[in-house]
Structure formats: structure tokens, C-alpha cells
Design a protein around this ligand. Sequence first.
Ligand SMILES: [Zn+2]
Length: 493
Amino acid sequence: MLIAGGLAFAAGSVAPRDILLRGGRIAAVLPPGQGPQDVPRFDASRRLILPGLVNAHTHSHANLMKGVADRWLLEASLTHGPWMGGQRDATTMRLSTLLGAGEMLEAGCTACWDLFYEFPAPTAEGLRVVAEAYAEAGLRAVIAPMVADLTLFEAIPGLVEALPEDLRAEVTRFRLAPADQTLAALRETFAVKPDLPPGISLALAPTIPHHCRPDFLRDCRKLAEDFDLPLHMHVAESRLQAVLARQVWGHGPIIEMDRHGLIGPRFTAAHGVWLDEAELDLLASRGAGIAHMPASNLRLGAGVAPLRAMRQRGIRIGLGTDGCNSADSLDMFEMTRLAANLSRIRDLPRDAWLDAREALTLATEGGAALLELGSGRIMPGLAADLTLLDLDHRAFTPLNDPLVQAVACNAAGAVKEVFVAGRQIVAAGRATAPALQDIAPLAQAALAELHRRLAPARALAQRIEPHAVAFAEAAGRAPLPAFSKIPVETAFR
Ligand SMILES: [Zn+2]
């Protein structure tokens, strides 16, 4: 097929280009009118053609939890974690995944890294349900079961003691599956690897450093080696986590993860708001990556990650939304806008700010590299994952600079067509997969039933929340001596 007549972002610039697709790949990028005449044509006049956006971090189980919270900091979110991800069956897992896949596709995203959660442990069936849902929707996905062997209350020293006595008794009953049980479940789950549908791959996500005992971390690393999987962890997301790391280990969490052999070219750290210079240097020297999530970091009051300091060191960066329980929206165009604009508030000189091109490159090529997709650009040989935007949409009216407007003008609403591996899966702005039609009422009904089942656990979390938040706010204010070295504006003076 020849996608003809559009403006395409390729080789660093936007220009009129025709794109020839063959066998799911981009076969050629041609000057207008120079493509073969004997192939089917897709009329892309009045379209801006971008590589598909890649969401480098989300959580499919959280898609049913959009808007459950307003003023939650991370530790409040983690307090509510058990009920938000609990009581799932195949139907709710499928609907939750489909809802997110549809939202991402219609906002121009062609792939996501999904850190999905099953309680008490991952299952092959759960993984298969999620994988099939993505495959039916047409979205590429790297699916990483999220695991830990310590609860929030076991992980944070002093938290249990900060609770009133009646709640202390309740939370000490919280238990995750024992480590060996979780590891056995993971082995069984990963055995489905050879049978995964096309476009779906696996990874492993030990949730948060201090939620995993050292032995468990080492076993996770071994498992990732055995099954040839990348690793993804939430690291230094909240200030409290950075404080705890110094209290427990005497150094930052990346240094600790490196001691257990986890940091390498196939390691992605999510957030990294509170990483210090030594940790950034280490990530860079190991070839590791960071999923930058500006919306989630703002939403949870976590702070602004030092993106330029990360980029300056050559750390590989992708952009992510995070889950609907902490970012609510899965709009990757919003992430490019936030990443660009937030890069300007750390008192950096103007040359250090992200411009539209760099933000969009992180959201496409950057994410694709972290997901090991081998795509993310419009160039011959790469997968034909493309997003077409309507230049008659108000985001581009009037048209001055299509690339800047794609980033700065909330362009997700302008998405008209999406191709994944050369197959059109969004038409006239709507995802076309049969599985995605009319799922809203089904999801709403499933959610009502889920909320009924989750009510007791939710009520308990609501009682714990104010105490957990008060503890996190107080403990998180402790001095951080290592942060004299936090990368700030001085890097550029
Ligand atoms: Zn996350």
C-alpha cells in the first residue's frame, strides 16, 4: 500500500512524503508522486503522519479505576492498591485491558508497556487474557507481571507503628504470596511465551525496590535471564522512597538494585524523580532506561523528574502515562506536551529545554527502544506503526508548524487513522476491532459488581489512608544529605 499525499515526520523534519508499506514494514519513504502506481493507495492529503506513539509505562488493571482518587500521594495510592487490583476475574481483566487499549489507540498510541497485577500471584491464564485482549485490539504490548514479596506495611519501617492499634492488627494480617510461590507462578506464567500472539512480548516487573527482599530480587533477575526478558521497576518515585533508601541501605535505590545485578541495558526505571547524580551516572554507564511520567508525577505530588540531566548523560528515555489510578488519562500527546513544558521549570537555560521535536522523539523512538520494538521512526525497514492526524482539526487550525502544534495543541483529538504493522486499526478516529465496540456498558456493569466485592477492602484502606499519608509526609521530609548532589540547574552553569 502507498500512503500518499501527507506530511510525514521523518529524518528529523516534516515534509510532503509518500510512504510505501510492504509486509507490515515501511518499504520506502518517497518524494510525493514517486511511488508505484500499481499498489492500493491510502489518501493521506490533509494528514500529518507520525510514527506511532509508545506508552512506556501503564497498568491495565488500573483502567477500571480512572478517577477513583483526587488528592492521593503515592503512599495513599499504595494503601489503596490491594483493593484496586483485587478480586479480578478473566472478564474484568479483559474489559480493563480493552478499555485502555481502545483509549490509547484512539489517541495515536501503537504500543504500551503494561505492568499488570494479579493478586495474590500472576497466572498463565491472566497473562493470556491480557495478551489476547491487546492482540484483538491491535495494540502492541510488552506485558510485565508486577510482583513483590513485601506489603507496603512490611516495606516501610515505622509505618505500622504509626497506625492506631485496631488498624495495626488489620494490616499485619496483610500478606502477599510467599516469594517461592510467586516465583513458581511466574515460571509457569512465562511458559506461555512461545504461544503469545504476534505483537505481544513479556517482561518482569518487581514493583518497587524496598517492596522486594534481596533474595527475591536476585531470583527475579535470574528468572528474567532464564526467559530472556527485560526488567521494569518503579524507582525513586516519591521523596519518602529516597529517604527510606538512605535509612535502610545508606544509598539510593539504583545503587542497591545494581548490587543485586538488576541494572543493565534491559532495565527500565519508572519515574526516577528523586534519583541523585550517582544513580543517574550509574544508569547511564549501564545503558539502562527511564520511563518518564510527568502527568503521574504531578498528579501524585511526587515532583518533577530531572529529565535534562538524564538526557545529558545519555540515559535512554521513553514517555509513559502510568496507570489510570495515578494519571487517569492515557493520552500520550498530553505526555509530550507536559514533558516539553515541565523541562522549563528547573531554572535551566533555554537551550536545555525540550522542544517539540525532542519531546515527540522520546514519545516514539525513545519508547520503542525501551520496549525493544525496533521501530519508532518513519524509515525503510522499520515496522509500519503510524499515526495520522487530521490537519483540519482545530489543533492545526490555522496551520503554522505541524510538529509544534502536534505537541502543544492537545492533538490527540486529531488522530484519524492508526496503522500497526501496516494494518489499519483506527479509522475516522475510532478503533475498529470488534472486541472494542460497545464495551463501555459492559465495563460499567463489571465495575459495579467489582466495587460491591471490593467495598470492605476499600473501606479499610480509607481508614488507613490518613495515617499512611501523615506518616509519609512527616518521614518524607527527613533530610537527604545525598541530595546536595541532586542534578539541578548548576549542571548548565
Ligand atoms: Zn506505575
